[in-house]
Design a protein around this ligand. Structure first.
Ligand code: NAD
Ligand code: TYD
Length: 358
């Protein structure tokens, strides 16, 4: 297959590209704008591979995208390009509207135009796989419910609202124009190459530097964590095996309170990085409660039984093994982190945590 991946230089996109190049015979074109979150160093292991090419392109740039798609002639598009950080969507929603909504619209139109030119057999086989989030379903506070594929949308943040909008556009392009789409909604990912503005890598990096570990509010908010490589496997399975028009929720059956995640990281670091910065006795002593996120969703949890039943996918990594692997990766790849922690990252940290001395 020829697969066009958007956002392939990001956290999940790079895991998908590495997975495809290393485990299949497929050819990949990675289309990524390289925003602050895009990093070609995450793709060093596939750089120069004969089945991998990269184009630095904004998905909103329709002219360039039309040319790319016509030249590459993909059998499938896996759409991961997005602005993805909730806190950034609160302080600056414009980029989220632009990339997540307008960008997805441009991509759908480019795909439809291309798809209409294909011969019947290729037309039937083509897939537009839209990669989305469980955050579109909103907050499960106060219930034991799990998100099902049929759960009504109730997004809370500019990020989740923009992703919900893009999901609706994708389904409308299927229903109205017949574009063969599949949609996946996944829970919080963690693992190697995760940008250190998100909870797990931020906590690892701050702990190693002897800095405060910021917990929003009381830290009792719950997320359902999935190891990124399990997600990449699930995405490939859905893209190649799911019926047209289907939606799959993907999750790790792994609900954790934020405070417990942070404590688990601290405990693992005691074992894996016992030489602490000067003056630090226990990593947990660095835990600092800071001002809560506005509109903060208290609980997300996925029912992933449909993908298990239909496609036989289950996560391979437990939270314990996945978190240990992740910390070990960060300890061995400090150079990757240092290259990211440049000007733009410093500006974000100062703006986001300025009153908290994090
Ligand atoms: P990320 O922020 O790490 O990466 C996003 C990538 O998209 C970056 O490489 C960036 O350069 C690129 N990009 C941004 N705007 C672009 C544009 N206009 N044109 C082309 N490329 C652009 O995000 P991620 O965590 O890898 O998430 C990937 C996808 O998965 C997103 O759609 C996100 O909504 C979804 N998702 C993420 C999670 C999670 O826990 N991270 C969970 C479920 C779903
Ligand atoms: P995050 O990694 O930003 O993912 P999302 O908001 O998409 O779930 O945050 C995960 C959880 O951790 C979320 O409940 C917010 C919380 N959090 C903190 O408590 N402190 C922090 O510094 C960050 C970045 C997140």
């Amino acid at each position: 297959m020829k697969i066009l991946v958007t956002g392939g230089a990001g956290f999940i996109g790079s895991a998908v590209v590495r997975h495809i190049v290393q485990n299949t015979q497929d050819v990949v074109l990675n289309v990524d704008k390289l925003t602050y979150a895009g990093n070609l160093e995450s793709l060093a292991s596939v750089h120069g591979h004969e089945r991998y090419t990269f184009s630095q392109t904004d998905i909103c740039d329709r002219q360039t995208f039309d040319r790319l798609i016509a030249d590459f002639q993909p059998d499938a598009i896996m759409h991961l390009a997005a602005e993805s950080h909730v806190d950034r969507s609160i302080s600056g929603p414009a980029a989220f509207i632009e990339t997540n909504i307008i960008g997805t619209y441009q991509l759908l139109e480019a795909s439809r135009q291309y798809w209409n030119t294909l011969p019947d057999n290729k037309k039937q086989a083509f897939r537009f796989h839209h990669i989305s989030t469980d955050e579109v379903y909103g907050d499960l506070e106060g219930t034991d419910d799990l998100f099902l594929e049929t759960t009504p949308y109730a997004p809370s943040s500019p990020y989740s609202a923009s992703k919900a909008s893009s999901d609706h556009l994708v389904r409308a392009w299927h229903r109205t124009y017949g574009l063969p789409v599949v949609v996946t909604n996944c829970s919080n990912n963690y693992g190697p190459y995760h940008f250190p503005e998100k909870l797990i890598p931020l906590i690892i990096q701050n702990a190693l530097a002897g800095k405060a570990l910021p917990i929003y509010g009381n830290g009792h908010q719950i997320r359902d964590w999935l190891f990124v490589e399990d997600h990449a496997r699930a995405l490939y399975k859905v893209m190649t095996e799911a019926a047209v028009g289907e939606t799959y929720n993907i999750g790790g059956h792994n609900e954790q309170k934020n405070i417990d995640v942070v404590k688990a990281i601290c405990d693992l670091l005691e074992d894996l990085a016992p030489n602490k910065p000067q003056g630090i006795k226990h990593y947990q002593d660095l835990i600092t409660y800071v001002t809560d996120r506005p509109g903060h969703d208290l609980r997300y949890a996925i029912d992933a039984s449909k993908i298990q039943k239909d496609l036989g996918w289950v996560p391979q990594e437990s939270f314990e093994t996945g978190l240990r692997k992740t910390i070990e990766w960060y300890l061995s790849n400090q150079e990757w982190v240092e290259h990211i922690q440049s000007g733009e990252y410093q500006n974000w940290i100062q703006q986001q945590y300025r009153t908290e001395q994090v």
